[in-house]
Design a protein around this ligand. Structure first.
Ligand code: SAH
Length: 451
C-alpha cells in the first residue's frame, strides 16, 4: 500500500470514534464518514505498519444505512461523527462498542441491556462553547474547532444546538464588530476574546451568556447586554465574563464576573428546580438525563437508604432520589457546583442532603473515618473513570450492597468494573443510554451487587 494510491474498499465495520473500517490486501483501512456496507473508491492518505487512513473519493455503492446530509458543517466541525448513518445503525454501533468493551477489556459476563435511544437527535444540547479567532482574511470568526485542530469552522446551522444559539451568536458578532474587541491569538497569546460560552435551561428557556477573556473586562458591555436582550428577550438571565489568562486548551478560567442578571440560570430536572452556575457541570441533554437518572434510581432502589453520590456536580442525581432516600451525601470537586448543590437542596425543600467539596477518594476516606455507612454508592466520574484507590475504598471499606456506576466512557467503565469484580462485586446489569446522538459518545448505567 502506498500513499495516494486509490483503491476500491468495502466498509465492514465502524470504530468507536465513528470511522468506517475495511480491509484491503490484509491491511485495515480507516475511513472517516464511511458507513458499514458502503463500497467506496478511497484514496490512501497515510500508511502505517499495520493500518492505513484513507478518504472517500467516490461512493460507488452506498450502504443501506446511509443518511442524507442534514447539517451544513458535518464533517468539518469535529462534533458529530454519525450524521451519515441512520439512527438505528448508530445505536447498534454504540451498543456493540459497549458490549465489546465489557467483554474484551473487562471480562464482564453480562450482555448489556438494549440501548435506550435518544428521544430527539436534533437541537438536544443546552450548552455550547464557541472558540473565537481571526480567520484568514483577518475577520473575527465564531465557530467550532475542526477535527483535531484549532482551525475555526463557522458554526452556522449546527444541528445539535437550539436555534436560539444562532440569534445569540449574531448578537455577539455585532458586538464584536462594533466594540472592536480584540480577538485572542493562540500563538502570540495576545488579544482579549477567547470563547463565547452559552447555556440554556431548556425547561425554563433561561439563557446564560459568558464571554471568556484573556483580561479583566470587556469594552462596551452595555451594548452587548442590549444586543443579547434584543435577541432573546426576558430569557436573558445572566451575562458574565470568565477570566482565563492561561496559555491552555482548558476553555474556562476559575473566575467569573457577572455583568448582568444573576450568577446562574435555573432549569427543571426530574421535577426539581436546578440552579446552574457557569463553572458547574450540568448534563448537556436534559431530556435524556432524566431517563438516565430514572435508570440509576431503578438500580439504586433508594427507598429508605443512605446514598453516597460521588462526582455529584450540582447534586442532581442524589437530589432526584432524595424524597425516597433516608439520606443523600454528595461529593464534588468544583466548589461552585457544590454551592449550587446546596442551594438546589434548599430551594426544593430537601432537608436530607449534605454536600462536600472535595476529591471523591479523599472525601470517601474521610466519610469512612466519620463512620458513615452508605447502603448505596453511586459514582458518575469524568471519562477517565475512578481511581483504583477510590474503588478500593468503596469495595473493601464501605462494601455497600449496591454500587451504581454512571459512565460516559465504556473503556474506563470496563476497566473499573473488572477491578470491582476482583474485589467481591458482581455486575448485574448494564444499560447503555444515548445521551449524545450523532456524536461518538455513549453513556452507561451499571448495577453491581456485593457477592
Ligand atoms: N453527577 C453529575 C455530574 C457528573 S460529571 C450530573 O449528573 O450532573 C462528573 C463530575 O465529577 C463533574 O462535576 C466534575 O467536576 C466532577 N469531578 C471530577 N473529578 C473529580 C474528583 N476527583 N472528585 C470529585 N469530583 C470530581
Amino acid at each position: 500500500m502506498e500513499k495516494n494510491q486509490e483503491i476500491e474498499l468495502v466498509i465492514t465495520g465502524t470504530t468507536a470514534d465513528g470511522k468506517g473500517v475495511g480491509k484491503f490486501d490484509g491491511k485495515v483501512i480507516f475511513v472517516p464518514f464511511a458507513a458499514e456496507g458502503d463500497i467506496l473508491k478511497v484514496k490512501i492518505l497515510k500508511v502505517l505498519k499495520s493500518y492505513c487512513y484513507g478518504k472517500i473519493i467516490e461512493i460507488i455503492s452506498p450502504s443501506p444505512y446511509r443518511n442524507p446530509q442534514d447539517c451544513k458543517v458535518f464533517g468539518k466541525c469535529g462534533g458529530c461523527v454519525y450524521r451519515h448513518i441512520n439512527y438505528e445503525m448508530e445505536c447498534a454501533v454504540k451498543y456493540n462498542r459497549v458490549a465489546d468493551a465489557l467483554k474484551r477489556l473487562g471480562n464482564i459476563e453480562v450482555e448489556p441491556e438494549p440501548i435506550i435511544p435518544a428521544v430527539n437527535a436534533y437541537e438536544y444540547r443546552n450548552k455550547a462553547q464557541y472558540p473565537v479567532a481571526l480567520n484568514s482574511d483577518g475577520q473575527p470568526a465564531i465557530g467550532f474547532y475542526a477535527q483535531r485542530s484549532h482551525r475555526i469552522v463557522e458554526s452556522k446551522g449546527c444541528a445539535l444546538h437550539p436555534k436560539v444559539f444562532e440569534d445569540i451568536l449574531k448578537a455577539a458578532e455585532q458586538w464584536i464588530i462594533e466594540s472592536k474587541v480584540s480577538i485572542y491569538n493562540e500563538q502570540s497569546l495576545t488579544g482579549l476574546l477567547r470563547h463565547i460560552y452559552i447555556r440554556m435551561a431548556k425547561a425554563t428557556g433561561e439563557i446564560m451568556f459568558v464571554a471568556v477573556i484573556n483580561g479583566d473586562s470587556i469594552p462596551k458591555s452595555e451594548m452587548l447586554i442590549e444586543l443579547l436582550k434584543k435577541a432573546v428577550g426576558d430569557n436573558l438571565k445572566s451575562v458574565q465574563i470568565n477570566i482565563n489568562k492561561e496559555n491552555t486548551n482548558v476553555i474556562l478560567g476559575q473566575k467569573c464576573i457577572t455583568l448582568y442578571g444573576e450568577d446562574y440560570i435555573t432549569d427543571i430536572l426530574c421535577g426539581l428546580k436546578i440552579r446552574i452556575s457557569a463553572l458547574s457541570f450540568y448534563q448537556v441533554n436534559r431530556e435524556m438525563a432524566e431517563i438516565l437518572y430514572q435508570k440509576a434510581a431503578e438500580y439504586a432502589k433508594p427507598e429508605g437508604k443512605i446514598i453516597l453520590d460521588l462526582y455529584c456536580g450540582t447534586g442532581t442525581i442524589g437530589l432526584s432520589m432524595a424524597n425516597k432516600a433516608k439520606q443523600i451525601i454528595g461529593v464534588e470537586i468544583v466548589e461552585q457546583a457544590v454551592h449550587d448543590a446546596k442551594v438546589n437542596a434548599q430551594i426544593n425543600g430537601i432537608g436530607n442532603a449534605r454536600f462536600i467539596a472535595a476529591d471523591a477518594a479523599e472525601s470517601a476516606q474521610m466519610l469512612w473515618k466519620e463512620g458513615i455507612k452508605p447502603d448505596v454508592i453511586l459514582v458518575d466520574p469524568p471519562r477517565k473513570g475512578c481511581s483504583a484507590e477510590l474503588l478500593g475504598i468503596i469495595a473493601e471499606k464501605f462494601s455497600p450492597e449496591t454500587f451504581v456506576y454512571v459512565s460516559c466512557d465504556p473503556a474506563t467503565l470496563a476497566r473499573d468494573l473488572k477491578l470491582m469484580e476482583q474485589m467481591g462485586y458482581k455486575t448485574k446489569a448494564v444499560t447503555p443510554i444515548d445521551l449524545f446522538p450523532k456524536t461518538s459518545h455513549v453513556e452507561c448505567v451499571t448495577l453491581m451487587s456485593r457477592l
